[in-house]
Design a protein around this ligand. Sequence first.
Ligand SMILES: [Zn+2]
Length: 123
Amino acid sequence: MAIKTASEADVVPTVKQSAPYTDPTPEPEKHRCKTRYEKRKEAAHEAEATHFSGGYWWCEQCAPQWQLLALGEERNYPHLIIPIHGFQVRSGRENWLRFVQEAGYTLVRAALESARSRDVQEL
Ligand SMILES: [Zn+2]
């Protein structure tokens, strides 16, 4: 008969029950702002959206973005030139959407100004 020493028998491995990591379940009612990037900050734009416009959700900060898209919608997304910055947005909804998502506030505001002034000239 093997005799176990007390010290051996009493060693119980301590299992630390670490809770498995789970992502917090996203709440379906909350929406992310459609804007993706802020050029000035050179950072991703992460914001809770509060405003639904042009088929997408936007945060309060991103009014120029949806206003520009709304303007595009009205005019069937023409080729847009932003004279001050020497920047152009090619025609088509996809191009306009990408522009507002990635250009940053300064450019989007300039584009909005430019698009608005164009309707004075062209209509
Ligand atoms: Zn936003």
